[in-house]
Design a binder for this molecule. Sequence first.
Ligand SMILES: [Zn+2]
Length: 257
Amino acid sequence: MINRDILTKFLEKKLNIKKYEDYCPNGLQVEGRSKINVIITGVTASLDLIKTAVDMKADAILVHHGYFWRGEDFNVIGINKKRLEQLIMNKINLYVYHLPLDMHPRLGNNAQLAKILNFSCTRRFSKNNIGWIGKIINFKKYNFQEIITIKDLFNHITRKIGRKPIVIGNLDKKIDEIGWCTGAAQNLLIDAINAGVSAYISGEISESTVYTSRESGVAYFAAGHHATERYGIKALGEYLEKKFKINNYFIDIDNII
Ligand SMILES: [Zn+2]
């Protein structure tokens, strides 16, 4: 059991949330009960996730994508009302960590994606060093097939993430350094090209991404926004479970994007 205000302060410091200018408020977005014993983690604070938390009698939900995004309708009507009503009526705290979770060097989305894909990070790129660059490690130790070409990397990502990415590029081309940044970071492909990678992985893809990839010769993988951002919040929940001896459950609400 942990006190809500102590957890709020702890996470504020742990994820260094004051450091980031973000598209949404980070930290406790919706206040629930003051004692927390059961936490649910998930990628997005959708109604399905909230209903699961209600069924599981959770005291708090921790997500990467919360509410009050810049440019969004803030009126508490329609979908907003349904979500907030469920949280408030059931006294469930909602904690949201967007950029602070992308950026955390160990629990963050890029760090955790690297862990899942067995990438070592050697350097960073783009604004605030948000993008990571590295190579695949230890393929022999883990009995992987040697990853030499874009096609090998496609098979590797498919196996590790459990879904086929969209890939743009010559499948027979050899790869050297790989860049990655989870979620909707397809626009960082240009920065990844300028940083000299031979392949770049993110979650989503835009129409223009295809031409940028083709015309630069740098392969692009859209491995899923949701799929690439499952791992940070999951790692955060597991970390809090150990640290504060609370019960944590990661709930994966399916999302094809
Ligand atoms: Zn995202």
